[in-house]
Design a protein around this ligand. Structure first.
Ligand code: GLU
Length: 305
């Protein structure tokens, strides 16, 4: 956890969507939660577009998301950062890990790894095949970072105390992908540190990535921010809403309605008198009443409205 004092590091939060589709109520909840946390602390709120996965991206999605945030009255501080323009910084970090012998090239395909793992599902755990060098005749594909069996602990401000064992959850994980793009885990750590983020408020689907990110922060000598993982909005089948699955986009022409739903989903109990209110009124109420401790750890279906 962070040992920073509020005086030396004023609050800085961020919203970091991948431009894989339009903002839906799930991503709006994350935007609203991170925005309110930042604003009630008198801090900055940055927006970073995590465009490191072209096959999953939709043309124009980043711009549409930014316009939607504006329509909701969520104005960010500074320039929007695009991860696709940050390869030099990621390369530098990879080099440093390489020089310290903490990363290695790997020849294994996903298929080979899953074939080696016993049947029975569960997460793919890299068995360390290329740890001591590539098998003869094999070409490097991805880069993996070394992990160990030490329990890694952190306290999430919503989800509570967590203990992880990376060797049992994922093993040595990919920081540069076989297609040449830097992996989310590395890029997010470099940018959160470079942008001075003091607290990360994001969806609970990323809770299991957090130990990997803390591991990388430690290897690279970077501060660990505070974490607050928000409950997930689920569809009628109990699955996370996904932009790629074309979850209904929020309607930027009626932002008040979606903002009210997001605040209710986040456990803030906006008064029923505010249904139908415009975003200015809702923000004024939310900025006065927002409390992270009222956010429920587990999500579900949002109220319709
Ligand atoms: N880009 C990630 C996503 O849209 C979020 C990353 C993060 O908040 O750390 O799922």
């Amino acid at each position: 956890m962070s040992t920073q004092t509020p005086e030396s590091h004023p609050y800085r939060g961020r919203f970091a969507p991948s431009p894989t589709g339009a903002l839906h109520i799930g991503s709006l909840v994350t935007a609203v939660g991170s925005y309110l946390q930042a604003r009630v602390h008198g801090g900055d709120w940055l927006v970073r577009i995590e465009d490191l996965d072209p096959p999953r991206e939709k043309p124009g999605a980043a711009d549409r998301m930014l316009r939607t945030l504006e329509a909701f009255g969520m104005l960010w501080d500074g320039e929007v950062r695009y991860q696709s323009r940050r390869s030099e910084a990621y390369e530098y970090a990879l080099d440093r890990l390489r020089r310290e012998g903490l990363t290695y090239p790997c020849a294994c395909s996903r298929r080979e790894i899953s074939e080696r793992q016993n049947a029975g599902g569960g997460p793919l755990i890299y068995p360390g095949t290329c740890r001591r060098g590539l098998p003869p005749g094999r070409r490097p594909r991805a880069w993996r970072v070394l992990t160990d069996a030490d329990p890694l602990q952190f306290t999430d401000r919503i989800q509570g105390h967590r203990v992880s064992r990376l060797d049992q959850e994922c093993g040595d994980f990919v920081i540069r992908r076989a297609d040449g793009w830097f992996a989310y885990q590395l890029a997010v750590v470099i940018d959160d540190a470079d942008q001075g983020i003091t607290e990360i408020v994001r969806g609970c689907d990323l809770l299991e990535s957090t130990p990997r990110q803390i591991h990388l922060q430690r290897l690279l000598g970077l501060a660990t921010p505070d974490y607050a993982h928000l409950p997930l909005v689920l569809d009628e089948h109990g699955h996370k809403l996904s932009k790629q699955d074309r979850a209904a986009p929020v309607d930027p022409r009626r932002p008040g309605q979606a903002l009210y739903r997001a605040l209710a989903f986040l456990g803030q109990s906006p008064p029923s008198g505010l249904t139908g209110a415009g975003v200015e009124v809702l923000w004024a109420w939310a900025l006065e009443h927002w409390q992270l401790r009222r956010v429920p750890p587990v999500g579900g279906r949002p109220d319709q409205g």
